[in-house]
Write a protein that binds this ligand. Structure first.
Ligand code: ARG
Length: 473
């Protein structure tokens, strides 16, 4: 950043120079230069429209558009000089334009304010970011779906078996594919949230001007259309003063982050020596500088940890917005960094998971053995009795007693003697206890949305159809 300063674009009424610390505090160029492409796209459309309605001559339009093109080329080439004394991206671009084409540059800002300009730039950015994260969530979903399909047959049998947990206590056996499909369902909604948000923010605030609209005979609809928006915003105060489009984006990011954080927690646990369910790929794990045996799940830990900042970005902007009277307040300059940060964070986490999951090795014998322990088929024994006419509550009590006997003697249900089982209930026997395997338990869960292999296969097929038919930008 250079130290030479020019007169402020808003400097008309000021007699004293801006205090240096105020200038530093006030400036946003260090981060909003990221909006340069959107800013120039917006200015090009604005000037075009000013020409169409006769506010600017064709020659002025051509001069300004040519100059903006040169400024954009400089920015893309990395030769543009971003100046702190020019405060933000908007005034940097406009001042650079004036440096190039002279006073006619001053006509660019006719019928416009930085308030509608920044609202426009930021909407353009956020809409693109939302659609991009929708695509990336979809790509991860495709990966998880193909993992689900792979593990339906990967052990040569009826699919890899995993303990299903509630309270992190073994609950009932499930298919690993069913577990993957749960995340497929979450990611499908995550994608939908980003697309819904993008559709709702698809309105151009340009032409709201400072807050009240403008006396100039502009055509907001034409400018909105040129910028690829569905329509202009319907109220000028709302157009410049609202940031719920950014809040909605940040909320969708926060929910997606929560899902990825839960996934991370499961992968971290399942990769421990104690669980031993899976091995993460060397390419996506790290070692310890002191303990040679270590292989740490850093990607998953960071994905879990970064949920903190993504949640924080949502809370941050909610807090910024809540006390601001209509319409624009400088507080709103604080809207951008959180959006950039959540977008960048999730872009990388989604990509990393899409690469890491197919390289993760699941240990089918381990997961199956774990699924069989912990009395995971106790519900099946109770259901067996209930099917014979025993009221379910009574059956529950009987099996609970059996689990107590077994656990006190360090045995599983199928290791109880015929006599023990029969004395708990005459309809029970060693043969029945042995027949209630984890495979049988899984096969029996045929209800819609359940873990039976036929149901999971149907779910995989349905998800493939859904994935094939959706919009991919
Ligand atoms: N840098 C400002 C922001 O990001 C641009 C809008 C400034 N408007 C104003 N009236 N000071 O919010």
């Amino acid at each position: 950043m250079t130290k030479t300063k020019d007169k402020k674009l808003w400097g008309g009424r000021f007699a004293e120079a801006t205090d240096g610390l105020v200038e530093l505090f006030n400036a946003s160029v260090s981060f909003d230069q990221r909006l340069a492409e959107q800013d120039i796209r917006g200015s090009l459309a604005h000037v075009q429209m000013l020409g169409q309605v006769g506010i600017l001559s064709a020659e002025e339009v051509a001069q300004i558009q040519g100059g903006l093109g040169d400024v954009l080329a400089d920015i893309r080439a990395g030769t543009f000089e971003w100046r702190l004394d020019r405060e933000d991206v908007h005034m940097n671009v406009e001042a650079a334009l004036r440096d190039r084409i002279g006073p006619v540059a001053g006509k660019l800002h006719t019928a416009r304010s930085r308030n509608d300009q920044v609202a426009l730039d930021f909407r353009l950015f956020t809409k693109e970011a939302a659609l991009d994260l929708a695509d990336k969530a979809r790509a991860l979903r495709a990966v998880m779906l193909s993992e689900a399909e792979k593990h339906l047959t990967s052990d040569g049998g009826e699919g890899v078996i995993l303990p299903g947990y509630t309270h992190l206590q073994v609950a009932q056996p499930i298919l690993l594919s069913h577990w993957f499909m749960a995340y497929v369902a979450m990611l499908e909604r995550d994608e939908g949230r980003f697309r819904d948000a993008a559709a709702r923010m698809d309105e151009s605030p340009l032409g709201s001007s400072a807050l009240a609209g403008t006396p100039w005979p502009i055509n907001r609809h034409a400018a909105a259309e040129a910028l690829g928006f569905a329509r202009p915003t319907a109220n000028s105060l709302d157009g410049v003063g609202s940031r719920d489009f950014a809040l909605e984006f940040l909320a969708a990011c926060a929910i997606l982050s929560a899902h990825l954080s839960r996934l991370s927690e499961e992968l971290i646990l399942y990769s421990t020596f104690e669980f031993g369910f899976l091995t993460l790929p060397d390419s996506h794990t790290t070692g310890s500088s002191i303990m040679p045996q270590k292989k740490n799940p850093d990607v998953s830990e960071l994905a879990r940890g970064k949920a903190g900042r993504v949640f924080g970005n949502l809370m941050g902007l909610l807090t910024v917005v809540k006390g601001t009277p209509l319409a624009y307040n400088k507080d709103l300059q604080e809207d951008k960094e959180g959006v950039f940060d959540s977008y960048d964070t999730l872009s990388i986490v989604l990509r990393l998971y899409a690469e890491m999951l197919p390289k993760t090795l699941w240990h089918a014998e381990k997961t199956k053995a774990a699924a069989a322990r912990g009395y995971s088929t106790a519900t099946d024994v109770a259901d067996f009795l209930a099917r014979q006419g025993v009221p379910f509550r009574e059956a529950h009590e009987v099996v609970g007693g059996l689990v107590g006997v077994a656990s006190r003697s360090g045995r599983q249900l199928w290791e109880l003697t015929d006599a023990e089982l029969k004395s708990a209930h005459p309809l029970l026997s060693a043969e029945i206890a042995r027949s209630l395997t984890v495979e049988e338990s899984i096969r029996s869960r045929l209800s819609y949305g359940g873990t039976a292999p036929v149901r999971v296969r149907e779910a995989v097929e349905a998800a493939k159809v859904l994935l094939g038919s959706g919009t991919m930008e």
